[in-house]
Write a protein that binds this ligand. Structure first.
Ligand SMILES: Nc1ncnc2c1ncn2[C@@H]1O[C@H](COP(=O)(O)OP(=O)(O)O)[C@@H](O)[C@H]1O
Ligand SMILES: [Mg+2]
Length: 345
């Protein structure tokens, strides 16, 4: 337990009896978004990308993060990776607040929490050989000799199912799936405790995606590494994740163990998402014609509807839903939910 524990934190650290790898408390990120109004009466507008989100990630677990495009998933990833600073709230790692890390502590944190993004071209320097890409972190963070680094590079390439001699090649000489393996090898080289996987397999063909997912699962079993897995493909998320957090317009709406959540989604948004009644991704146009709700008002983090943000699209909305945002509660089953239909027990 840390001094930063809020009264109503999620139950994961108590459940597993282990200290969480990461504790996120009331995390907020608002981006400035121009001004609204006329003449002197303009007011600054804010995109509430992440608006008070609380969760833990336990050692060796996968937390899946799902929700429609624009709901704040990547912003959470960037905040956890310290690529963005939060507007408010806390990210606690090893009992200390990550947002205060500088110099050595920040370096140690960056070593422990690594990322794999959707586009390996963006994260793998095109002019560097694979072995130099993978050993980059080793040069920064360790005092390994050249030989030790070469051995480590060969080891992590082996871990992701690649031969050591590919180290002399450049990223463009590989397929998308292989490049993602290289990105994973790079993330593993420093014995990370946690990987943030933001749509890491979303751009891959289905069969290649399945291979990389299997690899991630095997690596987790071997290394006990924790994952924050962000994806819009619910089948993949449910296969990989121990627990799933569902977000809607910057807020957590529901969080539980994957099996329980998939079995019995309680929040109407989760239900809609799992029934594919709403597009989980803007590219999924198939669902648009079939779901009435999906044609309702386009949700925006710039001007979220008053009350529960989901109420204009919610088939079960009540009067209270349009005026009061439902507080997040933990049900007896351990389910976290923010919905007036489930006020807690
Ligand atoms: N740097 C930024 N400046 C302004 N708005 C941003 C910035 N990054 C993200 N946003 C906005 O924040 C919201 C959440 O975005 P994002 O976290 O990328 O969502 P997701 O990954 O779930 O699709 C969106 O409305 C997006 O336009
Ligand atoms: Mg994103």
């Amino acid at each position: 337990m840390t001094a930063l524990d809020s009264e109503e934190g999620p139950a994961v650290s108590e459940r597993s009896g282990e200290q969480a790898v990461l504790e996120v408390r009331d995390l907020v990120k608002h981006f400035p978004a121009g001004r609204a109004g006329l003449g002197l009466r303009t007011t600054r507008q804010w995109v509430r990308a992440v608006d008070g989100v609380t969760f833990d990630i336990a050692p060796g677990e996968t937390l899946g993060l799902v929700g429609e495009s624009g709901c704040g998933k990547s912003t959470i990833a960037k905040l956890l990776l310290r690529l963005e600073d939060p507007t408010s709230g806390h990210i606690v790692f090893g009992g200390e607040d990550v947002t205060a890390f500088k110099g050595k502590s920040l370096l140690a944190y960056r070593r422990a929490v690594q990322a794999v993004f959707q586009d390996p071209f963006a994260s793998l320097s095109p002019r560097m050989r694979v072995r130099d890409i993978i050993s980059e972190g080793l040069r920064i963070h360790t005092d390994m000799t050249k030989d030790e680094m070469a051995r480590r590079v060969a080891d992590v390439l082996d871990m992701v199912g690649m031969r050591p001699d590919v180290g002399r090649l450049y990223p463009h000489e590989f397929s998308g799936g292989q490049r993602q393996r290289i990105a994973i090898a790079k993330a593993l080289a420093l014995d990370a405790k946690m990987l943030v996987l933001d749509e890491a397999v979303s751009a891959l063909d289905v069969s290649i995606r399945a291979q990389v997912i299997t690899l991630l699962k095997d690596l987790q079993r071997e290394l006990g590494i924790a994952y924050l897995y962000i994806g819009h493909d619910l089948a993949t998320v449910s296969y990989l994740a121990d627990r799933v957090m569902v977000m809607y317009l910057g807020k957590m709406v529901e969080l539980d163990e994957t099996v329980a959540l998939v079995d019995e989604p309680l929040h109407p948004y989760t239900e809609a998402l799992f029934n594919a009644a709403l597009p989980a991704h803007p590219d999924d146009h198939d669902h648009l014609d079939t779901a009435d709700q999906a044609t309702a008002e386009v949700p925006s983090a710039l001007a979220p509807p008053p009350g529960c943000h989901f109420h204009p699209r919610c088939p079960e909305a009540m009067d209270v839903c349009s005026s009061i945002y439902p507080a997040a509660v933990t049900l007896q089953t351990g389910r976290r939910i923010a919905c007036h239909l489930h006020p807690g027990d």
